[in-house]
Structures are given as structure tokens and as C-alpha cells.
Design a protein around this ligand. Structure first.
Ligand code: AMP
Ligand code: MG
Length: 415
């Protein structure tokens, strides 16, 4: 059995970034940029005013004071989007934020330092030459590199793309992730519950949602019984996916058929099966497709195992395919409240913890029931506390590394 670290290395090393595509700006949020973005022109395109006030010549307002103001004739106005005007010695122009600096003017005096009477402006203070002027190219200059390839696009980057006149942008493609749910006992939401031995699915929809959160495009392929014909048929629908996720049927039981059938139907080359981790030990991983560019994850059926395997193994693969440079969830150090004990330390264990940010830093509280079938533990949790191989006890208040999949615990305080 391989270690968790080896497994993740095999996944990352065998995951290839997808090709690129053009999208409109309104569809670009969260996508990863596949081109460098340069400025098409200077911004601002010309000197303009940072204030409402008067555009003047510095020479004219030199020495102006409260007691001995300078008086200038008002000869026009410059507003944002308006026509250029010019200022001659002894004159000034009204100017508004964003208005072009008139020819001849070199300084803007804010309204608060002036008074207007009979088309004349009184200036009560000398300002340094150039005051309140936003110079041409002060934000960026034509040809500047503004955003580098590989950046995940946020609203700020999308604003820049629009300001450099790009209605479309090249981004990396997003993987299509097919989900097949297996198990004779599994019924879909909305189906009648007929026998006590039935289980209504959670994995189908938790995985579907995790794929969206990770930036992939999920597709529910269907539900398969633990029967060769049904598994074969459902797998044959998976061919157009970049990543295939199956849940259930990868353990050692008589009915755990998935691993053998992905080899037969899709030509998957299995690269590992079983990892020294808890939960999620019987996970299988392989590559398939003409250039082994597609991935297969055989995810165990236990609901918590499925979510843990997704966060730690599937998410990094989706992120790599979609061009993201950061593949993993953030890891923080927290104080473990109440401590944690286990009998054996053979496997790396992920314990579900709720997180709080306090004056003493992060506090992690483990959920009482840590079984891999206890889905309510996931509802409670913001992260997975990492209990390393060889460790059997972490005492109350001791530090634990936590891989955080939900940062909402830090939200909500009014500023
Ligand atoms: P398996 O990996 O097929 O051996 O399943 C392990 C456990 O997870 C069994 O108790 C299953 O009933 C349960 N399980 C399998 N698939 C699902 C699912 N889609 N939703 C909820 N529980 C499941
Ligand atoms: Mg099963």
C-alpha cells in the first residue's frame, strides 16, 4: 500500500493541463488566464483632474493667501468626457474630477480653497505645481504587462480586461467530470424507499457540488447496480469525460466490480489502489484515453471517505487540468480542543474539525463521531485535521495542521 504523499504525487504527475478556449468577459470569472494581458493605451489617456475646482497656471497663484487672494477670470469649464479648453495668463477654468487639464494649465485648486464672484475666482492658497493632477499613464502605460498568464480571474482582473478593450479572453478549458454512482442498495433522491437495506445516495450530489466548487463541470452519468452488464453500460457513457469519478464498489468484496470493469470498458491503466489513509483507504486511480490524458478515480462509497478523497485527491487534479497554479486547499496550524487519541498510527488520518478564529489564533474542535459513514461530521466541519503516520495522540491544546475546505468561519464580523 502506498502512502498518501506518494498517491498525491502520482495523481499530480499524471494530470495534464487542458487546451485553451476563448470566452466572453461575462463568463470569465474564476477561469484561469491563458494569455498575458498588456495595456492597449496609457491610462489615464491624458492628464486629468483628481478634484472638483479650478484649473490654473501655477505662475498665477504663486503667493496667494487668505488675506491676499489671487483673482482670476473664469473662461470656461472642463468636465469628464467634455471638450478641451485652454487657460491663458490671468484666467482659470472650472474643472471637475476626470476633466481634461486645459492647455496652458498645470495645477488644480480644489473648490474648498476658492470663492466665486461675478465670473471671477478668488484663490486663497498657493499649491505646488501639478497639484491634484492625475498624469497621463499614471496607472499604466501602453505596452505594460498588466496580468500574467496563469492568474485565476477575479472581479479586479475582469475590470482590467474590460479597460484594455478585450471583450473576449483566452482561458484554459475546464474538465468535464462524470459521476457514476454504484451499489445495489443505492437509490436516487425522489425514488421510493422500498426495503430497509436501501440507502439513499448522498455521494452523487455532494461530489457533483464539490466538482463545481473545484471549478470543474460535473455530469451525472447515472446509477449502476453491482452487476457486470449495468456497470459496463454506464461506463460506456463516460467516454466524453476528462475525469471519471465512480463511487462505491472499489473494496475487496465479491460485488466490488468497478476497478476491473474500467480496465475492460475504458482501457484504464490503474496506477494505484489503496492508500495508507483514513478514511478513503480503498481509493483507486488510473489514466485512460488515447494519450492517457483522462483520469479515473474509484472513490469509496462511505460518504465521508468520498468527500475526503475528493478534497485531497480529485480537487488538485481538476485544478491542474483547468490551469490553476495552486492545487491544494490552504493549510493552517490550529490548537486542537479536547485532544485526539487513536489506537493505531499506521495510516495518515483526516479528522473532521470545526474551526474558529480567536484572539489566541485558530482553534480546531473535532467532531465527536469520526466514522467514515457519519456525514453529519462533514456538516459540522470546516477542515480536515491531519494526524500523521506514527502519531497516536494529540493532547488538548496541542498544535494540529488543518487543511481548510471552507473558510466561512472567518466571515461575518462588522468592520
Ligand atoms: P462500498 O464502497 O460500495 O463498499 O460502500 C461502502 C458504504 O458506503 C456502504 O455502506 C454503502 O451503502 C455506502 N454508500 C455507497 N455509495 C453510497 C452513496 N452514493 N451514498 C451514500 N452512501 C453510499
Ligand atoms: Mg457497494
Amino acid at each position: 500500500m502506498i502512502s498518501y504523499e506518494e498517491a498525491v504525487k502520482i495523481i499530480v504527475d499524471n494530470t495534464k493541463r487542458l487546451g485553451i478556449e476563448k470566452v466572453f468577459l461575462d463568463k470569465a470569472l474564476g477561469r484561469v488566464l491563458a494569455e498575458d494581458i498588456y495595456a492597449d493605451a496609457d491610462n489615464p489617456p491624458a492628464d486629468n483632474s483628481g478634484m472638483d475646482g479650478f484649473a490654473v497656471r501655477y505662475e498665477d497663484i504663486k503667493g496667494a493667501t487668505e488675506e491676499e487672494p489671487v483673482v482670476l477670470e473664469i473662461i470656461g469649464e472642463s468636465k469628464a468626457g467634455g471638450e478641451p479648453v485652454s487657460v491663458k495668463p490671468g484666467t482659470a477654468a472650472y474643472i471637475y474630477t476626470g476633466g481634461l487639464i486645459p492647455d496652458g494649465a498645470d495645477t488644480v485648486v480644489q473648490k474648498e480653497l476658492t470663492k466665486v464672484e461675478d465670473n471671477k475666482v478668488f484663490i486663497f492658497q498657493e499649491l505646488p505645481k501639478g497639484a491634484n493632477i492625475r498624469p497621463q499613464g499614471g496607472d499604466y502605460k501602453k505596452g505594460d504587462l498588466l496580468i500574467k498568464k496563469g492568474k485565476r480571474l477575479r472581479p479586479a482582473e475582469i475590470g482590467i480586461l474590460s479597460s484594455v478593450n478585450k471583450p473576449t479572453v483566452y482561458v484554459y478549458q475546464v474538465p468535464r467530470v462524470g459521476i457514476i454512482t454504484t451499489g445495489d442498495e443505492i437509490i436516487d433522491v425522489g425514488e421510493p424507499f422500498e426495503r430497509k437495506s436501501q440507502i439513499r445516495t448522498s455521494n452523487t450530489y455532494s461530489l457533483y457540488s464539490q466538482v463545481i466548487e473545484a471549478g470543474g463541470e460535473p455530469v451525472i452519468i447515472g446509477f449502476a447496480k453491482d452487476e457486470p452488464e449495468d456497470i459496463e453500460r454506464k461506463l460506456s457513457y463516460a467516454k466524453s469525460c476528462d475525469i471519471l469519478l465512480t463511487t462505491g464498489g472499489v473494496s475487496v468484496g465479491e460485488y466490488d466490480l468497478v476497478k476491473d470493469f474500467v480496465v475492460k470498458v475504458l482501457g484504464v491503466e490503474i496506477l494505484f489502489w489503496k492508500v495508507k489513509q483514513k478514511p478513503g483507504k480503498p481509493v483507486a486511480f488510473g489514466v485512460w484515453g488515447a494519450e492517457k490524458e483522462k483520469l479515473f478515480f474509484g472513490i469509496p462509497g462511505n460518504p465521508v471517505a468520498a468527500m475526503v478523497v475528493f478534497e485531497n485527491m480529485v480537487k488538485p487534479a481538476i485544478r491542474k487540468m483547468r490551469g490553476d497554479e495552486k492545487l491544494f486547499n490552504p493549510v493552517i496550524k490550529a490548537k486542537l480542543k479536547g485532544g485526539y487519541k487513536r489506537k493505531k498510527g499506521e495510516r495518515l488520518e483526516f479528522i473532521r474539525v470545526a474551526l474558529e478564529l480567536t484572539d489566541e489564533g485558530f482553534i480546531a474542535t473535532p467532531f465527536g463521531k469520526q466514522g467514515s459513514n457519519i456525514l453529519t461530521g462533514m456538516v459540522y466541519a470546516h477542515g480536515f485535521g491531519i494526524v500523521d503516520v506514527g502519531v497516536t495522540e494529540i493532547k488538548d491544546g496541542e498544535e494540529i495542521k488543518v487543511s481548510v475546505f471552507d473558510t466561512s468561519f472567518m466571515e461575518g464580523e462588522k468592520i
